[in-house]
Design a protein around this ligand. Structure first.
Ligand code: ATP
Ligand code: MG
Length: 669
């Protein structure tokens, strides 16, 4: 337990009861959680009785690695295959380190039938949600002008984050568009349920509901653990808060750590109140404060403190740098975003010459998802390895979506979205009109679409080629399913690729051999991911693999890519950088409208949240921090003048500057 200061040691050595660690960035909160789990295990608590909650998969993996270093790999160094399998399954000696979403999937896979969903439910990703939203709006005869699918999803997400069901949403609606969205929400939920599917937000909401409506189930799930530790507690939303409370109630061994100054998910329903009122739920909670920042140099901490002080309603905290002095962060102005990207990459190349510096020591942080593209281009030109963290790009690839949809058809109750995705991919003569007829028939007779494909239910009147196409699809799935009984998952995946003749389809679409190869590699990567999953899982199941892939727990890139990723420059949003640290950080695009984001400008509270986001960014840097902005930026193909972010004035002590006021009060347009 060396390497802990006195308050950290106190937190780590307090082995029972409720506890709150409220402390600033880089003060060792995550370290406390990790050490405390190790300490609990060393004191004789079986690892399997401990649940550690993190905010992202990356954080979960890092915590697992740290624990392994401290405790030795589960099963000792020389693991045989059996032990390896056991370690990855539900081993009584391995703590569960999980994100909220993954935990909820596990609970729902055991219990969701109590809410009338099948245990083999499907999880919809964003693309699936969009298709469903489109279907719902079509059924309601709502045109895109009145309410577009994305707007409907925006409102649904907004309500779900606040734990509101369709009825509550209807009551809370005060505009026509909202009323319409609330009606859409109801229908969307019903349609999900009919398809045996849930979306990401449902994972939390349904778990919350399950606990509320079935106290016995809550008790059963709570009884799996004796200790719960939650990192980044300031960002829990109402559902997450209730789930944690429900799980911790019986044993009361709940340790949460967080920093109200780093609360950056208000827009997703997180309420900083949960951390600030922790003592209301747990009046005997021990509260520990940490003040020494071990991450960053004094020069960086000084900037961070200066910046966050501009937030007026906050709990004042002390943050002292344990590392004295350091290089003063620099602010750079560039003429436009191309120059910003070029110069940033140029600076990076120069810094990589410093002995000991490696690509993984650097991060480029941005606010919006439009920003990284140009940096990617420059990094590629410079042949520097980089990784776009949190980019869901793998799932956006058509091949991935197609193959996963096919694999989902092997489930017991294939969902409509998956069926629609592959019904005519590769083409088998089923036209839009026929699909419409099928859908209408499905809706009016309340029968699942798949039942009509596979012959479990009667089809409406269709043309002969359409019927033939449907039979063909049914046969593909049947054949693979038939061959599969008792076979390995990799075989299933391979058989599916073969049965669908996906390769010839790719050859047909992509005449350019390079393009074809890239696409075909993607398919191969999925098969590899299945193999890798199967190797590690205790009881491999296709549905679990799909869950893991969807939740981002399972990586689907190939070995070469993985090695590359391990030592690559990180390109990510400030949101996904939370909790991480890098020797050198570039924060780019610090302009009004980007950071603070234009959607936040109307309200002081949302601007304050943007300031916390900037604070998160600044406090990621260990030794060197570069802030940059562009004087002009392209908008709809035209270069437009920008205003420097107000945060730049604040951080550099220029809040008296007349331009600061200008930045704070942008002309209303
Ligand atoms: P954040 O608010 O950004 O999540 P945190 O409070 O979780 O930060 P950690 O990530 O746990 O902070 O710690 C920050 C860095 O300081 C890590 O590199 C950690 O190893 C180091 N550190 C923490 N405590 C100590 C200590 N007592 N002695 C030496 N290094 C420490
Ligand atoms: Mg942390």
């Amino acid at each position: 337990m060396s390497g802990l200061n006195p308050p950290q040691a106190e937190a780590v050595n307090t082995l029972s009861g409720p506890m709150l660690v409220l402390a600033g960035a880089g003060t060792g909160k995550t370290r406390v959680i990790t050490f405390r789990i190790a300490k609990l295990i060393k004191s004789g608590i079986p690892g399997g009785r401990i649940l550690g909650m993190t905010f992202t998969n990356k954080a979960a993996n890092e915590m697992k690695e740290r624990l392994e270093q401290m405790l030795g790999a589960p099963g000792g160094k020389q693991q045989n295959k059996y032990q390896k399998k056991k370690a990855a399954g539900e081993d009584p000696n391995t703590p569960t380190i999980s994100t909220f979403h993954s935990l909820c999937v596990r609970i729902l896979r055991r219990q969701i039938d109590k809410l009338g969903y099948p245990l083999k439910f499907t999880i919809y990703n964003r693309g699936d949600q969009e298709s469903l939203a489109r279907t719902v709006l079509r059924e309601l005869n709502v045109s895109d002008k009145l309410l577009a699918p994305n707007q409907l999803l925006f409102w649904i997400g907004h309500w779900k984050c606040k734990s509101m069901d369709p009825r509550q949403a209807e009551l809370a609606s005060d505009s026509d568009a909202q009323h319409l969205a609330a009606v859409g929400y109801r229908r969307y939920q019903r349609q999900l349920k009919l398809s045996g599917a849930v979306d990401f937000d449902d994972l939390l909401l349904l778990t919350e509901r399950l606990f509320k409506e079935h106290p016995d189930i809550r008790a059963e799930e709570a009884a799996r653990f004796d200790h719960i530790l939650v990192d980044e507690y300031q960002d829990t939303n109402t559902s997450q808060y209730r789930i944690v409370k429900g799980l911790a109630d019986p044993h009361r061994n709940l340790c949460v750590v967080g920093d109200d100054d780093q609360s950056i998910y208000g827009w997703r329903g997180a309420e900083v109140e949960h951390i600030l009122s922790f003592h209301k739920d747990w009046p005997d909670a021990k509260v520990i404060r940490l003040e020494d920042n071990y991450r960053s140099t004094e020069a960086i901490i000084e900037k961070a403190n200066t910046l966050i002080r501009f937030n007026t309603t906050r709990h004042d905290k002390v943050l002292k740098a344990a590392r004295p002095n350091g290089e003063v962060p620099s602010i750079r102005q560039y003429s436009n975003e191309t120059v910003e990207a070029q110069e940033t990459v140029y600076d990076l190349q120069r810094r990589l010459q410093v002995p000991g510096r490696e690509p993984r020591d650097f991060a480029i942080l941005f606010r919006t998802n439009e920003q990284p593209r140009i940096f990617e281009t420059e990094l590629r030109k410079a042949k520097l390895p980089y990784i776009l963290v949190g980019g869901m790009s793998f799932f956006d690839r058509k091949e991935v979506k197609d193959l996963l949809a096919y694999l989902r058809l092997l489930g017991e109750e294939p969902d409509e979205i998956s069926v629609l995705r592959v019904i005519n991919t590769p083409p088998r003569g089923i036209g839009k009109k026929s699909i419409e007829t099928l859908l209408n028939h499905a809706i009016s007779n309340k029968i699942p679409l798949w039942d009509m494909v596979c012959g479990k239910a009667d089809r409406p009147k269709l043309t002969t080629p359409t019927n033939r196409g449907l039979d063909q699809l049914a046969r593909i799935v049947e054949d693979v399913a038939y061959q599969d009984s008792g076979r390995s998952l990799v075989d299933i995946a391979r058989n599916m690729v073969e049965a669908t003749q996906y390769r010839s389809e790719l050859e047909r679409i992509y005449s350019d051999p390079n393009e074809f190869q890239t696409r075909w590699n993607t398919v191969e990567q999925i098969v590899n991911a299945v193999a890798e999953y199967e190797e590690r899982a205790a009881k491999p199941r296709l549905s679990q693999f799909l869950d893991k892939l969807l939740l981002g727990e399972q990586d689907a890139s190939d070995e070469k890519e993985k090695q590359l990723k391990k030592n690559a420059i990180a390109l990510m949003t400030m949101h996904s950088a939370k909790g991480l640290e890098f020797p050198e950080v570039y924060m780019v695009g610090l302009e009004e409208g980007i950071l603070p984001h234009h959607r936040s400008l109307e309200d002081e509270r949302t601007v304050a949240e943007e300031r916390r986001l900037a604070y998160v960014g600044v406090t990621r840097a260990e030794e060197r921090l570069t802030l940059s902005m562009c004087l002009t930026r392209m908008k709809w193909g035209k270069a437009r003048d920008t205003l420097p972010s107000r945060f730049l004035y604040e951080i550099s002590g220029q809040a008296e500057h007349p331009n600061y006021l200008k930045a704070c009060r942008p002309a209303k347009r």
